[in-house]
Design a protein around this ligand. Structure first.
Ligand code: KG4
Ligand code: ZN
Length: 333
């Protein structure tokens, strides 16, 4: 039997999870609401709140899983990428827990873990598959050859897709994080009402900074003519922006699948919670006769279950790290 404690603290979610023999028994996520008033994550505040939340989150994870702390076989933690101060809290906790219990430590790459969240429930994808990983900090097309053999074949050259959602929300005077709110308004709007440009970026890469600027100028010009423009048209604006972000993502994803001749496709990361993207990728797969894998909502945004499941596969491979390990704000595969 293997009992893995997973710890996630890369950004503004403090999370702890227990995984027993590859099954997730608990996944406790403490959200940090303090950042909402600032319109984005404040790194200094995030690390302080992680310090306050980590022990209660871990304790709760044990209680819900009905697992004793002394029965843990290994502790897996997010080493990076992420905010350094935030990562330090989870890393230090994991090191202390491993040292106190004389158990091995497992480092996990946060972006790989988003992809490995697909191995929490059935049906699980078979290798190789192509994953569109879209979060607040990253936008990547990843060729997944095995659990930890992954190749980034396309990525954003500037903003991430989640950032495009969040920055648009800011322009529309919506609170942080704006992605889920744009998703909600978009459900009530007409996605064809306003046309925003699709950037022409070579190969399998993305760019979202031009889109953000075009939305900013469009809203500013319309507001000059009608100061109520935003209020009256919020649903159609959100639907049109979402439609453009989703088509930018899916056009490149389709190109990648054809280029690599891969018939198993998946989405992962916070933006994979987006209704437009979930529906769009299903439609893309249906049209082309591909198999599609879409994570459950609770495993899209940051969570420790994905760290615990990644830890489980590393545990099977006895892939451990020493106590001298330090977090990495940038962490390649
Ligand atoms: O993966 P994640 O929780 O954290 C990072 O690793 O960055 O992703 C957070 C991002 C935010 O930008 C948030 O606005 C976006 O995911 N997001 C969404 C939705 N839910 C979360 N974007 C669009 N639609 C959603 N439903
Ligand atoms: Zn993430």
């Amino acid at each position: 039997m293997s009992v893995i404690l997973g710890i996630e603290s890369s950004c503004d979610e403090t999370s702890a999870s227990i995984c027993v023999d590859g099954k997730i028994l608990s996944n406790v996520i403490a959200n940090q609401t303090i950042h909402h008033q600032y319109g984005g994550v404040v790194p200094e505040l995030a690390s302080r709140v992680h310090q306050q939340n980590i022990i209660p989150a871990v304790h709760q994870a044990f209680v819900l899983a009905k697992v004793n702390k002394n029965h843990v076989d290994a502790v897996a933690f997010t080493r990076g990428p992420g905010l350094l101060g935030s990562l330090l809290v989870g890393t230090s906790f994991a090191k202390a827990f491993a040292l106190a219990n004389s158990i091995p430590l497992i480092e996990v790459n946060h972006m790989q873990a988003h992809i490995l969240a697909h191995f929490i429930n059935d049906p699980k994808p078979t290798f190789p598959f192509l994953c569109l990983t879209v979060s607040g900090g990253h936008t990547q097309i990843v060729l997944v050859k095995n659990y930890f053999d992954m190749e980034i074949v396309g990525q954003t050259l500037d903003d991430a897709a989640g950032e495009a959602f969040d920055k648009t929300a800011k322009i529309l005077n919506l609170p942080y994080p704006g992605g889920p709110l744009i998703d909600q308004y978009a459900k009530l709007g007409d996605p064809k009402r306003f046309k925003f440009p699709e950037p022409q970026i070579p190969e399998l890469n993305f760019s979202f900074s031009g889109l953000k600027t075009s939305i900013l100028y469009f809203i500013r010009d319309q507001q000059k003519m009608n100061s109520d423009f935003l209020t009256i048209n919020i649903n159609d604006i959100c639907a049109s922006v979402q439609e453009r972000i989703v088509t930018i993502l899916l056009n490149k994803f389709k190109k990648a699948a054809l280029q690599y001749q891969i018939k198993n496709i998946a989405i992962a990361g916070g933006v994979s919670a987006n209704t437009g993207l979930r529906n769009g990728v299903k439609e893309l797969a249906e049209k082309n006769g591909w198999n599609v894998f879409i994570p459950k909502f609770e495993y899209c945004t940051d969570n420790a279950a994905m760290i615990a499941i990644a830890g489980y596969y590393k545990f099977l491979a006895k892939d451990f790290v020493g106590q001298n390990i330090a977090p990495l704000a940038r962490m390649p595969f």
